[in-house]
Design a protein around this ligand. Structure first.
Ligand SMILES: [Fe+2]
Length: 316
């Protein structure tokens, strides 16, 4: 059965069906999924019946999967290092009441692209719902290609050589975490052009996120105003849609041509068990080892450790 693709917006987002993602896909089927992703940027797959192992296996079709740093003596809830825990649960699978964990997750509710704070960018994120709250917790997506294309030529010219400076801690501060400016200055950041060509489609896209703190070479306040303006532009209704989740649903988004944010829900009451695989940009399918661990390196360089798995902030 061929892949069925139903667009959500005229230029962005599609609901896909007709492929059983629990079994090994043929090369042609993988190509169909990649084509759908290149065209639509975000694809929604309902009721997949995928297990953790299926999720990881399917994701490998698109490149090397980033791994969650493991640390000795720290217990993890999920069985594979390739699964990032995007839930509101603690290691025992209960709703966390840890204020630091709750605070950390608030950053996900700002418009962002995953891992923009890393030098090695993320292409696809594949998020699978295992358990969802009865209401709220939708994920919204924004089309950074169409939003770029619709900018006035003058703005496109202005943005052409601009480079954004991205910091994880900046976005956490913007979400309300108490992090002094001097500490953000000391921590690692990554530079990425604000505009780039999306390889799969040849279309240009904005690459901005809540992590984007400054614009290189611009006075700080002007740069920050520009970033805010671009995020507001990209997140207008004509570029956005939301996905309401049911257990078993998976959404794949291409961070290189979209932004996203999580929606509010009663996170201290209901379980929201979401698990994510994350593909590193420009890597070959089924690459098992890149011989590095940039996440661990990033956090090792930090004066205080933010544990992105347990979402626990140590030493605070
Ligand atoms: Fe995210």
């Amino acid at each position: 059965m061929p892949l069925k693709v139903e667009p959500i917006l005229p230029r962005f987002g599609a609901v896909c069906s007709g492929l059983d993602l629990t079994r090994k896909l043929t090369e042609d089927e993988v190509r169909q999924v990649t084509d759908a992703m290149d065209t639509w940027g975000v694809t929604v797959w309902r009721d997949t019946h995928m297990s953790d192992a299926d999720h990881v296996e399917f994701s490998r079709n698109f490149g090397y999967l980033e791994r969650v740093p493991r640390r000795e003596g720290v217990k993890f809830r999920l069985p594979f290092p390739e699964l990032f825990d995007a839930s509101n649960l603690n290691v025992d699978g209960e709703v966390t009441q840890d204020p630091a964990a709750i605070q950390y997750r608030k950053g996900d509710r700002l418009w962002h692209t995953d891992s923009a704070f890393m030098e090695k960018r993320t292409s696809y994120s594949l998020l699978l719902a295992h358990e969802v709250p009865p209401e709220g917790g939708e994920t919204s997506f924004a089309d950074t290609r169409s939003a770029y294309e619709d900018l006035p030529q003058e703005m496109k010219d202005f943005l052409e050589d601009k480079v954004g400076i991205n910091s994880l801690w900046w976005s956490r501060k913007m979400a309300g975490a108490d992090i002094p400016d001097e500490e953000i200055e000391e921590r690692p950041r990554a530079k990425h052009p604000l505009v780039h060509v999306h390889k799969g489609s040849g279309r240009k896209a904005l690459f901005i996120a809540a992590h984007t703190m400054d614009v290189e070479g611009m006075p700080r306040e002007e740069g920050r105003a520009l970033i805010r303006q671009l995020i507001e532009h990209c997140t207008q209704p004509q570029y956005t849609f939301s996905v309401k989740w049911n257990a078993g649903d998976m959404v794949i988004w291409d961070n290189l041509c979209s932004m996203h944010r999580g929606g509010e829900y009663a996170y201290d009451t209901y379980k929201r068990d979401m698990r994510r695989t994350t593909v590193r940009e420009g890597t070959e399918p089924h690459t098992m080892d890149m011989g590095d661990d940039p996440f661990s390196q990033l956090f090792a360089k930090s004066p205080r450790v933010v544990d992105i798995q347990g979402a626990r902030v140590a030493g605070r």
